[in-house]
Design a protein around this ligand. Structure first.
Ligand SMILES: CC(C)(COP(=O)(O)OP(=O)(O)OC[C@H]1O[C@@H](n2cnc3c(N)ncnc32)[C@H](O)[C@@H]1OP(=O)(O)O)[C@@H](O)C(=O)NCCC(=O)NCCS
Length: 180
Protein backbone atom coordinates (compact mmCIF):
# COMPACT_ATOMS: atom_id res chain seq x y z
CA UNK A 1 0.00 0.00 0.00
CA UNK A 2 1.31 3.40 -0.95
CA UNK A 3 0.92 6.22 1.55
CA UNK A 4 2.68 9.37 0.37
CA UNK A 5 3.51 12.24 2.74
CA UNK A 6 0.62 14.70 3.00
CA UNK A 7 3.00 17.63 2.78
CA UNK A 8 6.50 18.12 1.50
CA UNK A 9 8.74 21.10 0.88
CA UNK A 10 11.44 22.01 -1.59
CA UNK A 11 13.74 25.02 -1.72
CA UNK A 12 11.01 27.28 -3.09
CA UNK A 13 7.76 25.37 -2.74
CA UNK A 14 5.52 23.67 -0.25
CA UNK A 15 3.11 20.93 -1.32
CA UNK A 16 -0.04 20.20 0.63
CA UNK A 17 -3.44 18.51 0.33
CA UNK A 18 -6.03 20.37 -1.75
CA UNK A 19 -9.09 21.91 -0.09
CA UNK A 20 -12.40 22.89 -1.75
CA UNK A 21 -11.84 26.49 -0.64
CA UNK A 22 -8.71 26.62 -2.86
CA UNK A 23 -10.99 26.67 -5.90
CA UNK A 24 -10.98 30.43 -6.53
CA UNK A 25 -7.19 30.65 -6.27
CA UNK A 26 -6.61 27.57 -8.44
CA UNK A 27 -9.11 28.91 -10.98
CA UNK A 28 -7.30 32.26 -11.16
CA UNK A 29 -3.78 30.80 -11.17
CA UNK A 30 -4.06 28.12 -13.84
CA UNK A 31 -7.26 26.07 -14.09
CA UNK A 32 -9.09 28.60 -16.27
CA UNK A 33 -6.09 29.21 -18.56
CA UNK A 34 -6.44 27.63 -22.03
CA UNK A 35 -2.68 27.81 -22.62
CA UNK A 36 -1.97 25.85 -19.44
CA UNK A 37 -4.62 23.21 -20.14
CA UNK A 38 -3.79 22.88 -23.85
CA UNK A 39 -2.27 19.37 -23.65
CA UNK A 40 -4.11 18.19 -20.53
CA UNK A 41 -7.03 15.77 -20.31
CA UNK A 42 -9.43 18.50 -19.15
CA UNK A 43 -10.82 21.70 -20.58
CA UNK A 44 -10.17 25.01 -18.83
CA UNK A 45 -12.73 25.63 -16.10
CA UNK A 46 -15.30 28.29 -16.93
CA UNK A 47 -16.70 28.41 -13.38
CA UNK A 48 -15.25 28.01 -9.90
CA UNK A 49 -17.94 25.66 -8.51
CA UNK A 50 -17.07 22.52 -10.51
CA UNK A 51 -13.44 23.09 -9.61
CA UNK A 52 -14.40 23.14 -5.92
CA UNK A 53 -16.12 19.78 -6.48
CA UNK A 54 -12.99 18.41 -8.12
CA UNK A 55 -10.82 19.65 -5.24
CA UNK A 56 -13.26 18.11 -2.74
CA UNK A 57 -12.77 14.76 -4.49
CA UNK A 58 -8.98 15.17 -4.43
CA UNK A 59 -9.13 16.03 -0.72
CA UNK A 60 -11.26 12.93 -0.09
CA UNK A 61 -8.68 10.75 -1.86
CA UNK A 62 -6.36 11.37 1.08
CA UNK A 63 -8.89 9.77 3.44
CA UNK A 64 -8.88 6.50 1.50
CA UNK A 65 -6.66 3.59 2.49
CA UNK A 66 -5.64 2.65 -1.03
CA UNK A 67 -6.31 5.69 -3.12
CA UNK A 68 -5.65 5.60 -6.88
CA UNK A 69 -4.82 9.31 -6.80
CA UNK A 70 -2.85 11.53 -4.41
CA UNK A 71 -2.78 15.20 -5.38
CA UNK A 72 -0.92 18.11 -3.82
CA UNK A 73 -1.24 21.81 -4.45
CA UNK A 74 2.03 23.65 -4.86
CA UNK A 75 2.45 26.97 -3.05
CA UNK A 76 5.39 29.32 -2.94
CA UNK A 77 7.14 28.81 0.37
CA UNK A 78 5.79 31.16 3.00
CA UNK A 79 2.40 31.41 1.29
CA UNK A 80 -0.69 29.21 1.23
CA UNK A 81 -1.74 30.25 -2.28
CA UNK A 82 -1.68 27.49 -4.90
CA UNK A 83 0.29 28.09 -8.10
CA UNK A 84 0.25 24.53 -9.39
CA UNK A 85 -0.51 20.95 -8.69
CA UNK A 86 1.29 17.63 -8.75
CA UNK A 87 -0.04 14.13 -8.33
CA UNK A 88 0.82 10.47 -8.02
CA UNK A 89 -1.49 7.78 -9.34
CA UNK A 90 -0.58 4.32 -7.99
CA UNK A 91 -1.63 1.20 -9.88
CA UNK A 92 -0.08 -1.91 -8.40
CA UNK A 93 3.69 -1.66 -8.71
CA UNK A 94 3.40 1.26 -11.10
CA UNK A 95 2.95 4.92 -10.17
CA UNK A 96 2.05 7.57 -12.71
CA UNK A 97 2.93 11.23 -12.17
CA UNK A 98 1.13 14.35 -13.38
CA UNK A 99 1.83 18.04 -12.92
CA UNK A 100 0.69 21.52 -13.90
CA UNK A 101 1.99 24.98 -13.06
CA UNK A 102 0.62 28.51 -13.50
CA UNK A 103 2.07 30.20 -16.57
CA UNK A 104 3.57 33.06 -14.53
CA UNK A 105 6.00 30.57 -12.99
CA UNK A 106 7.04 28.58 -16.06
CA UNK A 107 10.70 28.30 -16.96
CA UNK A 108 12.15 28.61 -13.45
CA UNK A 109 12.69 24.93 -12.71
CA UNK A 110 9.81 24.80 -10.26
CA UNK A 111 7.99 21.79 -11.65
CA UNK A 112 11.24 19.84 -11.79
CA UNK A 113 11.88 20.91 -8.20
CA UNK A 114 8.54 19.47 -7.10
CA UNK A 115 8.59 16.33 -9.25
CA UNK A 116 12.12 15.17 -8.44
CA UNK A 117 11.60 14.41 -4.73
CA UNK A 118 8.26 12.77 -5.46
CA UNK A 119 9.79 10.44 -8.05
CA UNK A 120 12.65 9.69 -5.63
CA UNK A 121 10.15 8.93 -2.87
CA UNK A 122 7.90 6.76 -5.03
CA UNK A 123 10.64 4.58 -6.52
CA UNK A 124 12.06 4.01 -3.03
CA UNK A 125 8.83 2.36 -1.83
CA UNK A 126 9.16 -1.41 -1.49
CA UNK A 127 6.11 -2.20 -3.64
CA UNK A 128 6.91 0.25 -6.43
CA UNK A 129 8.96 -0.87 -9.40
CA UNK A 130 8.03 1.70 -11.99
CA UNK A 131 7.40 5.46 -11.81
CA UNK A 132 6.25 6.94 -15.07
CA UNK A 133 4.66 9.86 -16.85
CA UNK A 134 3.72 10.81 -20.35
CA UNK A 135 3.31 14.00 -22.32
CA UNK A 136 2.14 15.09 -25.73
CA UNK A 137 4.89 14.97 -28.36
CA UNK A 138 4.24 18.68 -28.93
CA UNK A 139 4.82 19.54 -25.25
CA UNK A 140 8.65 19.54 -25.09
CA UNK A 141 8.77 21.49 -21.81
CA UNK A 142 7.00 18.61 -20.10
CA UNK A 143 9.26 16.03 -21.74
CA UNK A 144 12.23 17.98 -20.41
CA UNK A 145 10.74 18.08 -16.90
CA UNK A 146 10.38 14.30 -16.91
CA UNK A 147 13.95 13.89 -18.07
CA UNK A 148 15.30 16.36 -15.48
CA UNK A 149 13.35 14.56 -12.73
CA UNK A 150 15.17 11.34 -13.59
CA UNK A 151 12.67 9.55 -15.81
CA UNK A 152 14.24 7.99 -18.89
CA UNK A 153 12.59 8.23 -22.26
CA UNK A 154 11.21 4.79 -23.10
CA UNK A 155 8.70 5.03 -25.86
CA UNK A 156 6.63 6.91 -28.34
CA UNK A 157 3.01 6.03 -27.57
CA UNK A 158 1.18 6.48 -30.81
CA UNK A 159 -2.45 7.59 -30.55
CA UNK A 160 -2.27 7.40 -26.72
CA UNK A 161 -4.10 10.36 -25.20
CA UNK A 162 -7.08 12.50 -26.08
CA UNK A 163 -6.39 16.15 -25.29
CA UNK A 164 -9.93 17.55 -25.52
CA UNK A 165 -8.65 21.07 -26.16
CA UNK A 166 -6.98 19.84 -29.35
CA UNK A 167 -9.71 17.65 -30.79
CA UNK A 168 -11.38 14.29 -30.30
CA UNK A 169 -8.67 12.01 -31.66
CA UNK A 170 -5.96 10.45 -29.47
CA UNK A 171 -2.54 12.03 -29.92
CA UNK A 172 1.00 10.72 -29.94
CA UNK A 173 2.78 10.93 -26.58
CA UNK A 174 6.23 10.43 -25.10
CA UNK A 175 6.51 7.98 -22.21
CA UNK A 176 9.28 8.31 -19.63
CA UNK A 177 9.91 6.09 -16.63
CA UNK A 178 12.24 5.20 -13.81
CA UNK A 179 12.35 1.55 -12.81
CA UNK A 180 14.21 -0.54 -10.29
C1 LIG B 1 5.22 21.59 -18.62
C2 LIG B 1 5.34 22.47 -17.37
C3 LIG B 1 4.84 21.68 -16.18
C4 LIG B 1 6.81 22.83 -17.18
O1 LIG B 1 6.94 23.50 -15.95
P1 LIG B 1 8.20 24.44 -15.63
O2 LIG B 1 8.18 24.70 -14.16
O3 LIG B 1 8.24 25.58 -16.57
O4 LIG B 1 9.38 23.41 -15.97
P2 LIG B 1 10.93 23.58 -15.60
O5 LIG B 1 11.26 25.03 -15.54
O6 LIG B 1 11.19 22.71 -14.42
O7 LIG B 1 11.62 22.90 -16.87
C5 LIG B 1 11.19 23.21 -18.17
C6 LIG B 1 12.25 22.77 -19.15
O8 LIG B 1 11.68 22.73 -20.45
C7 LIG B 1 12.45 23.53 -21.32
N1 LIG B 1 11.55 24.05 -22.33
C8 LIG B 1 10.57 24.96 -22.17
N2 LIG B 1 9.96 25.19 -23.35
C9 LIG B 1 10.56 24.38 -24.25
C10 LIG B 1 10.38 24.15 -25.64
N3 LIG B 1 9.43 24.78 -26.34
N4 LIG B 1 11.19 23.25 -26.25
C11 LIG B 1 12.14 22.58 -25.56
N5 LIG B 1 12.37 22.77 -24.24
C12 LIG B 1 11.58 23.66 -23.59
C13 LIG B 1 13.05 24.57 -20.44
O9 LIG B 1 14.16 25.18 -21.06
C14 LIG B 1 13.42 23.72 -19.23
O10 LIG B 1 14.57 22.94 -19.47
P3 LIG B 1 16.05 23.40 -19.00
O11 LIG B 1 16.01 23.50 -17.51
O12 LIG B 1 16.92 22.29 -19.50
O13 LIG B 1 16.31 24.73 -19.64
C15 LIG B 1 4.54 23.77 -17.50
O14 LIG B 1 4.90 24.39 -18.69
C16 LIG B 1 3.04 23.55 -17.48
O15 LIG B 1 2.42 23.55 -16.44
N6 LIG B 1 2.46 23.37 -18.68
C17 LIG B 1 1.03 23.18 -18.80
C18 LIG B 1 0.56 21.89 -18.17
C19 LIG B 1 1.27 20.70 -18.74
O16 LIG B 1 1.51 20.63 -19.93
N7 LIG B 1 1.59 19.75 -17.85
C20 LIG B 1 2.26 18.53 -18.24
C21 LIG B 1 1.30 17.58 -18.80
S1 LIG B 1 2.14 16.11 -19.36
Amino acid sequence: MLRPPETFATARLTARRPRPDDAAAVFAAYASDPEVTRYLSWKPYARVEPLADFLRDRAADWERANSPHYAWLLCLRGTDTPIGSIGLMPDGGKVMCGYVLAKNFWGRGMTTEALTPLVDWAIAQPDVFRVWAFCDTENPASARVMEKAGLAREALLRRWHVAPNLGPEPRDCILCARVR
